[in-house]
Ligand binder design. Structure first.
Ligand code: AHR
Length: 659
């Protein structure tokens, strides 16, 4: 078969016959008026340590409770053999070492025939891969030299699938760190680590750690490469971190304090994760924040994946759904100082205090911070009062830094109206809007931004996700209907990219065995990762963002659900490409006639990336990761009567090269 025949066959197969379709809707695509630029960093990521997103997820540490700092010091550990009285003792030196007070004293002088050891269960097991190197490390202090450490990786059936030995240096004084690497000879998603204490003696142990060699960029003590790759593949414009409600904490003592997450990891003060106990129906008693993924690593991650860093800081208020504690205004200085110091940490010269720390951690060049968030989902006059203090201090010192401020928990209602009004009066730079709503809301609100003030603050659609049941329901699913409704809503975001300059789905990650909140963009187990249909929607917007908004209308109006259709368009001036997005929420195919004023000659075909399923309940999973995923095609364009055809229940990205 010759090439031409092949192409014709493909075109016939992918097309829908126009005769079978209802009367086309005509779209006017005004390429000549593509003047408003799209913020190149518009489509980004929201990261929060929820659902085992960091510990047990992105942070590749395999040992849970490595430093015995969990509420129950031996949580995650079980004793192997028989421990004589006093053989294993947890010591607490909190007066000297507030950040890392506990350690374990091991005495092997009275050990029975079975020996003595500890087994760590990992985070819902440890994902171990055949042939991979594992790096074990420990901090120790000799008391009576003689104890050696023998490590075993144990698979789910109890077989040893990797072995290593470490002989702590006998003459060592004070605390030391020592490492040894060994390989696994089998793959298991739920392996465990045994550490046997051989020989006679007494030794203090802390920071017992195991990392795989295949971390992102091969960094020791780094991040899970497969999870980071999913982010990098989205070509995100920004990375918002560390949340989310985690910024606020249940009470102020549990708020996120960035300074406690930088410097040597053994000095980062672990705290409970607020998602540990948030939902009675999804308790996660072993969920803590070790901060191995701390602020330096967040900045580094953003840089690695080409995203602008967007840190969100506590504004002197704890979560208003929880304790709702507020710092008195006259005691806000420390909080404000944290914000100023963070800007110095990110951008300051190495001669500055915090710039020096950044350099000491391996990054002398500035991170180029341009935006900072003050408060997460905070509300009420108490928020506005505190924000005003932050704003004054930040703008006085760093006028070039854009401030992102909260419009609360909901996209409408009294709380939103009050905050939105106040923030606009303050001329805040960027307003952070959150919407966790039923898919119907997303379909119905595709025109939300069409009437927004073009001269006021910019909008950050900072957290959104369609909830198939209701917000915080454990039965919410990342099904195709939710993704399709988000795709429809996002046509309105893209059409208004001059106002909505940042957008991110939330939350980002969830572990299939350790989640608290659903739906989530990307799901993982200990060895695999998959993107939801919602992930592919985000990715299609982010990787087809264009450079300028193209006005696209039908009868002078944007399509925001008429006959089940939603559209937006952008021009990529660098590629000379027109990108038209069409969502069809109807159960029948649709035809769209195209008018392109000023464009004299169209190519005879276009590329189509189609995301669709006939089943609104269809979802992806570990075993079927690509059940709903983009398919690329070539479609024919009739030059005399240009038009596009879209399948039922589909999200379509058409890419047309312009002459
Ligand atoms: O994304 C989950 C939570 O939803 C975030 O922590 C919070 O900001 C919002 O309420």
């Amino acid at each position: 078969m010759n090439a031409l025949k092949q192409i014709l066959m493909i075109l016939c197969c992918v097309g829908y016959t126009a005769t079978a379709l209802p009367q086309p809707i005509t779209l006017t695509v005004d390429v000549a008026n593509a003047e408003k630029p799209v913020n190149p960093t518009m489509w980004g990521l929201f990261f929060e340590d929820i659902n085992m997103g960091a510990d047990g997820g992105l942070y590749a540490e395999l040992v849970k409770n490595r430093s015995f700092e969990f509420f129950r010091p031996m949580m995650g550990w079980s004793v192997l053999g028989e421990a004589a009285e006093g053989a294993l003792v947890v010591l607490n030196r909190q007066e000297q070492q507030e950040a890392n007070p506990r350690f374990l004293r091991v005495n092997t002088e009275k050990v029975g025939p079975e020996g003595l050891g500890l087994r760590n269960e990992g985070f819902r097991g440890m994902g171990i891969k055949e042939g991979l190197r594992y790096d074990f490390s420990v901090m120790y202090r000799q008391r009576k030299p003689g104890v050696t450490l023998r490590m075993e990786l144990i698979d789910s059936a109890g077989n040893v699938i990797g072995r290593g030995k470490l002989a702590p240096s006998k003459g060592a004084q004070g605390w030391q760190k020592q490492s040894v690497s060994f390989s696994a000879n089998a793959t298991d998603p739920k392996a465990r680590l045994a550490v046997w204490f051989d020989g006679k003696g007494e030794i203090d142990l802390d920071m017992i750690s195991l990392f795989p060699e295949d971390t992102w960029k091969g960094r020791p003590g780094g991040l899970r490469a497969d999870m980071v790759q999913m982010l990098a593949d989205m070509k995100p414009g920004f990375l918002r971190f560390p949340g989310g409600c985690i910024v606020e904490g249940f009470d102020l003592s549990q708020r996120f304090q960035w300074k406690k997450t930088v410097g040597p990891i053994e000095n980062r003060q672990m705290i409970i994760n607020r998602w540990n106990f948030e939902f009675g129906h999804r308790p996660t008693p072993d969920y803590f924040q070790t901060f191995g993924l701390g602020f330096f690593e967040y900045f580094q991650l953003a840089e690695d994946i080409g995203a602008e860093p967007l840190p969100i800081l506590n504004c002197g208020m704890a979560c208003q759904f929880n304790s709702a504690e507020v710092v008195p205004l006259e005691q806000l200085d420390e909080f404000v100082q944290d914000a100023l110091d963070l800007i110095e940490f990110a951008n300051g010269p190495v001669s500055s205090t915090w710039g020096r720390l950044r350099a000491d951690m391996g990054h002398p060049e500035p991170f180029g911070l341009k935006m900072i968030g003050v408060g997460n989902e905070n509300w009420g006059p108490q928020y506005i009062e505190r924000l005003a203090v932050f704003r004054r201090a930040i703008k006085d010192r760093y006028p070039e830094i854009a401030i992102v401020a909260s419009s609360g928990t909901d996209p409408n209602g009294e709380r939103f109206d009050y905050l939105n009004g106040e923030l606009r009066k303050m001329s805040i730079d960027i307003i952070d809007e959150h919407f966790y709503r039923h898919p119907d809301w997303f379909f119905e609100n595709a025109g939300r931004y069409d009437g927004y003030d073009r001269h006021g603050p910019k909008v950050f659609a900072g957290e959104y996700a369609a909830q198939s049941v209701r917000i915080a329901s454990p039965d919410n699913k990342n099904n195709w209907l939710t993704a399709l409704s988000e795709a429809a809503f996002l046509t309105g975001v893209e059409r208004n990219a001059d106002v909505v300059t940042l957008a991110s789905y939330a939350p980002l990650f969830a572990h299939v065995d350790g989640w608290q909140w659903t739906p989530d963009l990307i799901w993982v187990d200990n060895l695999h990762v998959y993107g939801t249909p919602n992930y592919y929607v985000q990715k299609l917007y982010s990787t087809n963002k264009g450079t300028h908004i193209v006005p696209i209308t039908s009868d002078g109006q944007p399509l925001t659900g008429q006959r089940g259709l939603y559209t937006s368009a952008v021009l990529d001036k660098n590629q000379g490409e027109l990108i038209i997005k069409v969502v069809n929420r109807a159960g029948t195919a649709a035809a769209l006639g195209l008018k392109l004023p000023g464009i004299r000659r169209l190519p005879s075909n276009a590329a189509l990336i189609e995301l669709r399923s006939d089943d609104p309940d269809r979802a992806n999973s570990i075993s079927e990761p690509l059940a709903v995923s983009p398919q690329e095609k070539t479609v024919k364009i009739d030059r005399k009567q240009p038009g596009l055809e879209v399948a039922p229940y589909s999200f379509n990205v058409f890419k047309i090269k312009l002459p």
